[in-house]
Design a protein around this ligand. Structure first.
Ligand code: NAP
Length: 346
């Protein structure tokens, strides 16, 4: 049987991790950080693979329908992170042969104005998928996102957030499933991480990551524990996981004591850190990450502490882990929606 890190002998992974920890104890924390012994779960490579697999379906649909699958993206306001995410999605869609267009609304737009745009895209025969970029401006109210997701037609809901699509996921018959967790499943499976029979721990219970992640792992026969801000003994519970998914939004929160030696660790977190002291504490001076921080004045940091690389059997990096997969699954969902709307033939 394979271990969570993909080795055929679980004890090998554990003993390797023990060796690494003993070495780290001898050489001190700075050397420990540089070891990076865990296998890299390469999200960029898997995302490229998924895009290549989707390409023939895009071509076939385009030839049959006389137009490419089309995605309508709605962006409200000009949140800098959202601008970057949206331009990445537009670029990737174009590269994959899809058509994606951007509907912009000012930050002062009302929820009714946004809902009117969504209704127009719902009614458009030319649009197969609709994505409303989160977060929405605070002025729209606490439940604005939920109200928007409720209005998007389920068959165009490429984010998989509509209650109908969530219900289908619960029943293990999802067609449009949330992109980030479904991308993580692709990453684990294609990296030969054994899910069936494993203990999986998900930290975070959001509707868009934590909950669908737990369901997808459960449907693949993992025994799943979902943790959150009120979970007592969090590190101890997390360390039971052969697979550990961290979707919290707190930089470097998951330290080595959260990790079972040899576990596969997926880092979903993406927090923009501008505080120099935090970056200096996490990354050594000569590292690429420090170089990026010096250049940009900020750094995207995951939920997993760099020292976890010395304990985990496999680890998804930030950046280059979950992020590219989220976009690849968005493209895949758009093609799926287009095919299903056209009658289901691939
Ligand atoms: P979210 O809605 O804010 O949920 C965060 C979850 O973490 C909540 O369930 C919260 O628990 C839990 N949490 C917060 N502090 C905790 C603590 N001290 N101990 C234990 N649990 C704690 O966030 P999200 O939308 O799921 O996103 C999570 C992270 O993933 C963010 O950094 C986000 O930017 C990133 N993300 C990345 C991608 C990507 O493509 N790379 C996609 C989506 C999200 P409670 O429920 O108890 O409050």
């Amino acid at each position: 049987m394979k271990s969570a890190c993909g080795h055929t002998e679980p004890r090998t992974c554990e003993s390797e991790a023990r060796d690494r920890r003993q070495l780290a104890a001898r050489v001190g924390p700075r050397r420990h950080r540089k070891m990076m012994a865990a296998k890299i779960l390469d999200g960029t490579a898997v995302a490229n693979q998924i895009r290549r697999e989707v390409a023939p379906s895009v071509e076939a649909f385009t030839a049959r329908a006389g137009r490419p699958p089309r995605l309508g993206i709605v962006l409200v306001g000009n949140n800098p992170a959202s601008e970057i995410y949206v331009s990445g999605k537009l670029k990737s869609a174009g590269e994959a042969g899809l058509r994606a267009d951007l509907e912009r609304l000012p930050a002062t737009a009302t929820l009714d104005e946004l809902l009117a745009v969504v209704e127009r895209l719902n009614a458009s025969d030319a649009h197969d998928g609709i994505l409303v970029q989160s977060p929405l401006p605070e002025a729209m109210g606490d439940d604005a996102e939920r109200r928007v997701f409720d209005v998007i037609r389920p068959d165009k809901d490429v984010d998989g957030f509509h209650p109908v699509n969530v219900g289908r996921l619960v029943q293990n018959r999802g067609t449009l499933v949330a992109c980030t967790p479904s991308g993580i499943i692709e990453l684990l499976e294609r990296s030969h991480v054994t899910i069936a029979g494993s203990r999986a721990v998900v930290i975070g219970r959001s509707d868009i990551v934590g909950k669908p992640m737990a369901l997808l792992l459960l449907h693949r026969h993992a025994t799943v524990t979902v943790c959150h801000s009120r979970t007592p003994n969090l590190a101890q519970v997390a360390a039971e996981g052969d697979i550990l998914v961290a979707a919290i939004g707190r930089p470097a929160f998951v330290t080595p004591d959260f990790v079972k030696p040899g576990a596969a660790v997926v880092d979903v977190g993406t927090t923009q850190v501008t505080d120099r002291a935090t970056v200096e504490k996490l990354f050594p001076p000569e590292s690429k990450r420090r170089e990026v921080f010096e250049r940009r004045g900020s750094l995207v940091v995951g939920d997993v502490h760099p020292d976890v690389a010395g304990v985990a059997g496999a680890l998804s990096p930030v950046p280059g882990g979950v992020g590219p997969l989220t976009i690849a699954m968005l493209l895949k969902n758009t093609v799926t929606a287009a095919i299903l709307r056209a009658g289901g033939a691939g």
